[in-house]
Ligand binder design. Sequence first.
Ligand code: HEC
Length: 102
Amino acid sequence: MKIAIRIFACALFPHIAAAAEISAHRFDELKMNCDTCHGVGGVSVVPDQTPSIAGKSERLLVAQLKAFRAGKRRHDTMGFMGGTMSDEEIAAIARYYARSKR
Ligand code: HEC
């Protein structure tokens, strides 16, 4: 019965289920990569080369990461980065940078 309820809950609230799926380790690993180019917390030190992503809207960040992943927005590095991320990981990382102070 418990399992049935869980499956039902996942179908109804996929975003909640997804948020719980990404491990702290994986999140830290991703964040470290992004910070290397985009600056600590997403505040770029070379904004003319790599844009700041701190404080940008969560929807914009998710949309751009998915566009890079799909090759709709073309950029070698970000295409690669996007390709390494699942929907759940994109959601978690976008939420983090959207809440980061610019
Ligand atoms: C090796 C460097 C590098 C790494 C690592 C990297 N990025 Fe980027 N990112 C860039 C560059 C350069 C651009 C600008 C692309 C362009 O000109 O279209 C960019 C663009 C973006 C954009 C679009 C911003 C906008 O305003 O449209 C987002 C969102 C983004 N990166 C998120 C991330 C996230 C999240 C990670 C970590 C998972 C990450 N990036 C890792 C270099 C990097």
